[in-house]
Design a protein around this ligand. Structure first.
Ligand code: MN
Ligand code: MN
Length: 309
């Protein structure tokens, strides 16, 4: 078999990078020539975690074809969130915890999807199933991915399996889960030194909804005012992004990781659909979303229903 590239989604978060490292390591243990790569550079949160456990950031790729035609996807499946030439290569495996959409293959594949809070939780279980030992540093980055995706277990996406895996991984990584977790999440909330465009691109995904393209960015903060003090600058960047990339609607979800609430900023159209989705009305392009922390569970499904309605 030719070399296999393993990667998570564009604008990688800690799970996209951590799950790629962990799954590539598992594949290597199973004697597959696998390499973890990434579709972007690590965020500050992810870099904090990599540094903490002494791991290198995976090499960034833009296309697969020049190197190989065999890939394994983690933490995503939708083609528009994947590598540019995904439709031209052979997808051998997917391990993911998102909805399945805009995905098809020419050949049979290994596909594992579970509705848990983190891809790294599924990969933790696969290490058990294959009876492969998890190296300490890899346990650390998998733990970091679970903390990141579940916001230290506070997200509604978090399941008992995520908590169980995180505790086992923390023991392997010899890490105090709570104190390390908060430190890592806070490392990802340093927004002040970023331009509005950089902030919007930290953790953003595009979703086709009805006949529209909706861009949804999320940033974590310990103070929503840090984000909304820059509202006009952010709005200008969102208008520019909509025009340049053809998005119909751009949503920014700013999430307070201490209080577990979010505030929404919406630019584009249709705004009435956004208001329906969240049963609220926007004032000054904004709406407070109490208890909302998960794009996947508390934003995308509600918007999808509203767009289809
Ligand atoms: Mn992810
Ligand atoms: Mn994930």
């Amino acid at each position: 078999m030719s070399k296999v590239l393993v990667f998570g989604h564009q604008n990688p978060d800690t799970d996209a990078i951590g799950a790629a490292i962990a799954f590539a390591n598992l594949q290597q243990a199973l004697e597959v020539e696998a390499e973890a790569v990434a579709l972007g550079t690590p965020s500050e949160e992810t870099q904090f975690a990599l540094d903490h456990f002494g791991l290198k950031a995976p090499r960034v790729i833009e296309r697969v074809k020049p190197e190989t035609d065999a890939v394994m996807l983690v933490d995503h499946n939708e083609f528009q969130q994947s590598v540019a030439d995904i439709a031209e290569v052979n997808i051998l495996a997917v391990v993911d915890h998102h909805r399945i959409a805009n995905f098809e293959t020419a050949n049979p594949l290994f596909y594992r999807a579970e509705p848990v809070g983190c891809t790294s939780t599924i990969i933790y279980k696969m290490y058990q199933e294959y009876d492969v030992e998890i190296p300490e540093a890899i346990a650390g980055i998998m733990l970091s991915a679970i903390i990141s995706d579940t916001l230290l277990f506070k997200s509604p996406t978090c399941t008992p399996e995520d908590v169980k895996a995180a505790k086992k991984l923390a023991a392997i990584a010899k890490t105090d889960l709570e104190s390390y977790g908060l430190e890592m999440l806070k490392a990802g909330t340093n927004l002040g030194d970023k331009s509005a465009m950089e902030l919007l691109d930290l953790d953003a995904k595009s979703f086709p909804m009805a006949d529209k393209t909706v861009r949804i960015a999320q940033v974590n903060t310990v103070d929503l005012a840090d984000v909304f003090n820059r509202q006009s600058e952010l709005e200008a960047a969102m208008v520019a992004e909509n025009a340049a990339k053809g998005y119909d609607l751009f949503l920014l979800i700013a999430t307070d990781i201490l209080d577990s609430n979010s505030e929404l900023l919406a630019i584009g159209a249709p705004i009435d659909v956004v208001e329906t989705a969240f049963a609220t009305s926007l004032t000054n392009n904004r709406a407070f979303l109490p208890g909302v922390v998960s794009r996947k569970k508390q934003v995308v499904p509600q918007l999808t229903v509203a767009f289809e309605g």
